[in-house]
Design a protein around this ligand. Sequence first.
Ligand code: ARG
Length: 466
Amino acid sequence: MADTKDATSSNQMWGGRFASGPDAIMEEINASIGFDKKLYAQDIRGSIAHATMLAEKGIISREDKDKIVEGLNTILSEIESGKFEFSRKLEDIHMNIEARLATLIGPAAGRLHTARSRNDQVALDFRLWVKEELAKTEVMLTALIAAFLDRAEEHAETVMPGFTHLQTAQPVTFGHHCMAYVEMFGRDRARVRHAIDHLDESPIGAAALAGTGFPIDRHMTAKALGFREPTRNSIDTVSDRDFALEFLSVASICAVHLSRLAEEIVIWSTPQFGFVRLSDAFSTGSSIMPQKKNPDAAELVRAKTGRINGSLVALLTIMKGLPLAYSKDMQEDKEQVFDAAENLELAIAAMTGMMRDMTIRVDRMRAAAGSGYSTATDLADWLVREAGLPFRDAHHATGHAVALAEKKGCELAELSLDDLQAINPAITEKVFDVLTVDASVASRQSFGGTAPSEVRKQIAYWRSRN
Ligand code: ARG
């Protein structure tokens, strides 16, 4: 291990009471610049708002403010054009930018940090970043919902088996199944909006933890940075990472929805199910088995869910034992959020593409919808409605009919009238009207039910809110 301890390398920001620089390992564990450089734009925006307010309140001079703002804008273009040299010795994005500012404008740079601490600075930068990411997620979810609405409209009448326990339950339409995902992603989007609303308070001005004696105006900076209002407790402000946790919980729930969809696509695209054919754009072949087309994108979305959920658990665990207010543990919040955000974006984009591209095999869905005695409930309901049987007795009689069909190796609709009348004499020819999948599906017009007429109503409802 190289010994870097010498008096000359003590930190230029807080080096006043330190005689020597950090040990190399200390530098490595302490530095966050490797990942928090992602916050450069938010850091610069925050500093400009802060400096402007300081000048406005007469805390720094207008000339110093102008130099600071100009210097910060130069740094912004240096970073964006890849010319900026990040240094691990300067720990994090805040100190990297401030050190560069000092080189660019001299002593005026030292006035920027008046009435501020890295604690409220990082809380601000990270909040701004998460807020922007949530806004991006909202837009992406809207595109995903639109893809589902289009498929639902196209397949409002396409029958497929509905499952419980992954056993054939009752026929539904593919449009109805798509609309189930619209509800799920619609709730995710509502959670995203709530999360934006919750975090919409500006932390800057909380300073280290106790506020400041300088006559700052936190309402002014809040407004300049697009926040609804400033936070109300300076201790909470620098110790709070709820906004990051909320982002991760919203992301985790959404990822779970994406993963369930991914799992269905994996199942549907097997030759055994054959409900969908994936486009070449979202599948891969096998290097050894020429017949294969693998749903890799869906599988990876399923896997990324583990990673996103892991980030939530990681940050919850990082935060759980921390005394108020700031502790350096909180520096570990960013990588979890950045990784989850990147992977959630990928997962949503992949699923949007897959849903739009895949071929729905209407014939295969229809064949499966009619098998497995999927209309047994319709027979029982018919006996209740037309023959006046109590539902429990109708259920029992239908059970006999299913057993008989099973013995004969046929579907319910293929039993003869004689067969059915032997089970219950009240059964007439008319029963065959409800034993087809189309009749079954069309009859389920209850609010939110699978009948094409009802599904179209729900599509119209969602179109008007998308
Ligand atoms: N890099 C730090 C972080 O991400 C910034 C805040 C440091 N504050 C401090 N008092 N050391 O949390």
